[in-house]
Design a protein. Structure first.
Ligand code: IMP
Ligand code: MG
Length: 180
C-alpha cells in the first residue's frame, strides 16, 4: 500500500465543488424553515459530509443538536447484504423532535428507509433527509431525499468519508478507483 493513495483515483467532485454545494445545501435547509433541528449523521460514511454540513448550518444561523448512529448494510466488499443493522445507536430521545438525517449515499434506499422507520417508531415529529450523493439506478425501496448535494454516476465511489474496505476515507474529494 502506498501513502499516496490519490494517484489511482479519478476525481468526480473536487473539494471546491463540494464546499460550494454544501454551503448551498445549508441555505436550502434554512430556507425550508427547519428549526430546532436534531441532526443525526449515519456513520461511518457521512462523517465528513456531516461535519462540513453542520458548520455550514451554523453559518446560515442554525444551531442544530447533533447525534450519530452507526448502521451497516455493506461489509467490506462493494455489495450490499440487503439487511440493515444498528451497530451503534443514538444517545438522544427523539420523541417530538425535528430530525435531519444525514447520509453519504442513497443507493438501494434500505439504509435511509430503515433509519426513517426507526426514528418514526420512536416518535420523531418530523424527519427530513439530506444526502451527499444520489445513485438512483439501484433503488430497492421507494425512498427519496429532501436535500441532496449531487447525482452520482453509477460507479463505486470513495473519499470525503467514504471507503472501500476501510480505505480512502481521508481523501478530500469524491472519486472512483481507476486501477489498484
Ligand atoms: P443503500 O442502503 O443501498 O441505499 O446504501 C447506502 C449505503 O451504502 C451508503 O450509506 C454507503 O455507506 C454505501 N454505499 C453505497 N454505494 C457506495 C459507494 O459507491 N461507495 C461507498 N459506499 C457506498
Ligand atoms: Mg453509509
Amino acid at each position: 500500500m502506498t501513502d499516496n493513495e490519490a494517484s489511482n483515483i479519478e476525481v468526480i467532485y473536487s473539494p471546491e465543488v463540494i464546499n460550494k454545494r454544501v454551503r448551498e445545501l445549508a441555505a436550502e435547509i434554512e430556507a425550508a424553515g427547519l428549526k430546532n433541528l436534531l441532526v443525526i449523521a449515519i456513520l461511518k460514511g457521512s462523517f465528513i459530509f456531516a461535519a462540513d454540513l453542520i458548520r455550514a448550518l451554523h453559518e446560515v444561523g442554525l444551531a442544530p443538536e447533533v447525534d450519530f448512529i452507526t448502521l451497516s448494510s455493506y461489509r467490506t466488499g462493494t455489495q450490499s447484504t440487503g439487511q440493515v443493522e444498528i451497530l451503534r445507536d443514538i444517545d438522544m430521545d427523539v420523541s417530538g423532535r425535528n430530525i435531519l438525517l444525514v447520509d453519504d449515499i442513497l443507493e438501494s434506499g434500505r439504509t435511509l428507509a430503515f433509519a426513517k422507520d426507526l426514528l418514526s417508531a420512536r416518535g420523531a415529529q418530523q424527519i427530513s433527509t439530506c444526502i451527499l450523493l444520489n445513485k438512483p439506478g439501484h433503488r430497492a425501496v421507494d425512498v427519496g431525499a429532501d436535500f441532496q448535494a449531487f447525482d452520482c454516476p453509477d460507479v463505486f465511489v470513495v473519499g470525503y468519508g467514504m471507503d472501500v474496505a476501510y480505505r480512502y476515507r481521508q481523501l478530500p474529494f469524491v472519486g472512483c478507483i481507476t486501477h489498484e
